[in-house]
Design a protein around this ligand. Structure first.
Ligand SMILES: C[S@@+](CC[C@H](N)C(=O)[O-])C[C@H]1O[C@@H](n2cnc3c(N)ncnc32)[C@H](O)[C@@H]1O
Length: 232
């Protein structure tokens, strides 16, 4: 079972509102997200949060497991949050990959969700590192990057993943230059785009092959893309 400490539970609830029931989500709307999360974590803690989290990310994997490359030495997760999906990927690839995890390293006071070029941040990269370490990813395989600082990655990335982050909350283009530097023609990409902001013709300028592999309808609907052959 996945191991979460109190701080990671709080961050996770900010990053993934699917973990709350409908009633809890309503209460959250009334109280505001940060106040609700603080109260929830301290007093009404959901004893099953570990199980619910494990189920959620197992479901996520199901949506794209048929598109994963056979082998992956270097995996990049953009907007990784706590990086939980990488625990699943680590198991699939037999504890071998290096993980390059990118996110901001702060929690903004006013959290607004949606799509914007100045998207809010709610993560703590130390927690990401601790969580992955506690869940059997080797320390030497965890490479964390604060995106507000200059990022240099010299490894060739085999798989780029971004769930509910790049292309969904903020424009994909923010990372295009970095991707061109550390990806090859063989790199595979799995990431979500916000349905309302997705323009397939635009993405055809970036990739030779684009497939929609999953769709989710919600307040902010998404399309999950599988892309190959980044035009470098
Ligand atoms: C909805 S959460 C998803 C987290 C994780 N990918 C998951 O599947 O649970 C969105 C994440 O994007 C991060 N984020 C916001 N702006 C970002 C940016 N410009 N670059 C990278 N990450 C960003 C947030 O801090 C947050 O951790």
């Amino acid at each position: 079972m996945i191991k979460l400490n109190k701080k990671s539970k709080k961050l996770l609830l900010l990053q993934r509102n699917e973990l709350l029931t409908q009633k809890q989500n309503l209460l959250r709307k009334k109280l505001g997200r940060l106040l609700f999360t603080n109260i929830f974590v301290n007093f009404f803690q959901n004893k099953n949060l570990e199980q619910i989290t494990e189920d959620l990310f197992s479901k996520e994997i199901e949506t794209f497991k048929n598109f994963l490359p056979k082998s992956a030495h270097n995996i990049m997760d953009i907007g990784c949050g706590l990086g939980i999906i990488n625990i699943n990927l680590n198991k699939i690839y037999n504890n071998k990959p290096n993980f390059f995890l990118l996110d901001k390293n702060r929690i903004d006071k006013k959290i607004k969700y949606g799509f914007s070029s100045k998207y809010e941040s709610y993560n703590d990269l130390n927690e990401t590192k601790n969580l992955l370490r506690d869940n059997n990813i080797k320390d030497s395989c965890i490479h964390i990057y604060d995106v507000d600082k200059k990022i240099q990655i010299t490894n060739n990335i085999d798989l780029v993943i971004s769930l509910k982050s790049m292309g969904y909350h903020y424009p994909f283009e923010i990372y295009l230059e970095l991707l061109k530097l550390c990806c090859t023609r063989d790199t595979k990409f799995i990431f979500d785009v916000s349905t309302d902001n997705y323009n397939e013709n635009l993405f055809k300028n970036y990739f030779e092959s684009i497939k929609i592999i999953y769709e989710e309808k919600s307040i902010q609907s998404l399309k999950r893309l599988y892309c190959e052959n980044l035009r470098i």
